[in-house]
Design a binder for this molecule. Structure first.
Ligand code: IMP
Length: 210
């Protein structure tokens, strides 16, 4: 049965999935995750210095894996990264790998005695809608904290203090608060605004044309 209010989010990251649901549910959009299996255990990411290139490649691979998604509103992927100024943007596009290997402690160590703690998160959402590939971006600027604080969220959340948010790390905020400032929250907001505009446009409103 067609379910044109549901977006299929191809991700194995439950933190990203929860945040996407939180951002889109209030607007009547459901977010379902694609269940990876033995045949498709994960999408392999290309090496590129641009999140957008990675997101574009991921989206094409996701659409090929899902095969028949015509009963859904769209197929979505996301690529994000943590960019530390004093490290020339590292870990950036390697954030996932670096988190699994060096971890938060390793990152903190590389910044010991470094006064410049400026950093930002960036996120690119790619969505395949009616045969079109669309991309939405979000960025959140802040600082790498001196200590890892908080237990919420995922990834680098315990060491990132956004410029708004009263000096707390993302991991010290609840999901709703993080959403207000986060790179993902902003990219989701851009996607939601696009979908809303599309629904209101006379050319895309099939009812008014018939
Ligand atoms: P990818 O988008 O799957 O390549 O993963 C990017 C990596 O960046 C994740 O595995 C996390 O370690 C990190 N990351 C992305 N977004 C966030 C976030 O909102 N909070 C904390 N870490 C994040």
């Amino acid at each position: 049965m067609a379910d044109k209010r549901t977006i299929l989010f191809v991700t194995s990251n439950s933190g990203k999935l929860d945040e996407a649901k939180l951002a889109l549910h209030p607007f009547g959009l459901n977010v379902e995750s694609f269940h990876f299996n033995e045949e498709f255990p994960e999408i392999e990411e290309i090496q590129s210095s641009e999140l957008r290139h990675v997101a574009k490649d991921k989206l094409r691979k996701a659409v090929a894996i899902v095969k028949n998604s015509s009963n859904k509103l769209g197929v979505m992927v996301e690529d994000a990264g943590f960019f530390i100024e004093a490290l020339d943007g590292f870990p950036g596009v390697y954030s996932s790998y670096v988190h699994k290997t060096l971890g938060i402690k390793g990152i903190m160590k590389t910044l010991t005695d470094n006064k410049n703690r400026d950093a930002c998160f960036k996120c690119v959402i790619g969505i395949h809608l009616d045969g079109e590939e669309l991309f939405f971006e979000g960025e959140c600027k802040g600082q790498v904290s001196e200590k890892a604080l908080g237990t919420n969220g995922f990834g680098y959340d315990p060491i990132f203090v956004p410029n708004q948010g009263n000096g707390r790390t993302f991991a010290e905020m609840n999901r709703e608060e993080k959403q207000k400032f986060s790179h993902r929250g902003k990219a989701m907001e851009a996607l939601r605004a696009y979908l809303q505009g599309r629904n209101q446009s006379p050319t895309s409103n099939q009812c008014s044309g018939s």
